[in-house]
Design a protein around this ligand. Structure first.
Ligand code: ADP
Length: 274
């Protein structure tokens, strides 16, 4: 009698039929780090730009990729009004403050809304990762769009990502989204380097710390999901002002107490990878 083949469980069959996605590293960089936030307006782009500048300040070669197709911030925060050159094959990144930058905002009018469907966004992300002449970089810092959509999926599945940092404010409503963000990266196999508590408090003229958006929520979330809590950045009007002026605080005032916080984060990342 012929031997019967053992039955495969459904889970096993699903596992075997799943193709291992081919991951394309971004050519021209050693490491790709995503700065993510589940919600908009929590300070993700501010963090990405200042972290990139802090890494540069400690001797790393850095690129900054604005992957927020619907709401690019890098042109404004870095004060860039040029269009990138192209040789017909590849785009040249625009170099500002010694950082190689690319953003959809360099290619469109600042006030033009990007009314694109998902596949076009995916295609733009592929162009920015595969068809830009990134050169000799240690790190590319990717400013992700908020949420858990096409861009996150494309980066996680098709592009080699070395780590993600999640930025949040301590508000409950932001933290709910953070939990979704953590689960997404875990599910997609992207290493989460840790969580940042941005706008964690404001120091008044009386020297007291005011926890405007609540207290301890980001750290608690990090603990709950066994992720590292990287630290807090207070509310400081100088951060907003310098970003709006196109020269973020780490570049315009490297000795500011806030710049020193970014430098600590940069040192930590440098020592993790290099
Ligand atoms: P996101 O990228 O998450 O949408 P942004 O980086 O654009 O958020 O920040 C939203 C606004 O908050 C900007 O005006 C920025 O200057 C300001 N901001 C961010 N972090 C801080 C902070 N720690 N203190 C004061 N203002 C901040």
């Amino acid at each position: 009698m012929p031997k019967e083949k053992p039955e495969l469980s459904d889970a096993m069959r699903a596992k075997m039929s799943r193709k291992t996605p081919v991951k394309n590293p971004i050519i021209g960089t050693k490491f790709t780090i995503a700065i993510s936030s589940a919600k908009g307006g929590v300070g993700k782009s501010t963090f990405a730009t200042n972290l990139a500048l802090a890494l540069k300040q400690i001797g790393c070669k850095v690129g900054l990729l604005d992957a927020d197709i619907y709401g690019p911030s890098i042109p404004k925060m870095f004060g860039i009004n040029e269009k990138p050159k192209s040789d017909g094959q590849k785009l040249e990144p625009i170099v500002k403050y010694d950082i190689q930058c690319m953003s959809i905002g360099f290619l469109t009018d600042q006030q033009t809304p990007m009314i694109w469907r998902g596949p076009m966004v995916t295609s733009a992300i592929k162009t920015f990762t595969q068809k830009v002449n990134w050169k000799d970089l240690d790190f590319i810092i990717v400013d992700m769009p908020p949420g858990t959509g096409d861009t996150q999926l494309t980066f996680s599945q098709d592009i080699k990502m070395d780590g993600a940092i999640i930025v949040s404010t301590p508000q409950e409503v932001a933290l709910l989204d953070v939990k979704r963000g953590i689960k997404m990266f875990d599910k997609l196999g992207v290493k989460i380097l840790g969580l940042i508590d941005n706008m964690s408090y404001f120091t008044g003229d009386d020297g007291k710390k005011y926890k405007i958006f609540g207290e301890g929520g980001v750290k608690k979330t990090a603990d709950e999901f066994k992720k590292e809590f990287l630290g807090e950045i207070p509310i400081n009007p100088e951060i907003g002002k310098t970003g709006d002026n196109g020269k973020p605080i780490v570049e315009s005032n490297p000795n500011h107490e806030i710049s020193k916080i970014y430098l600590e984060f940069a040192n930590k990342i440098k020592s993790t990878y290099l």
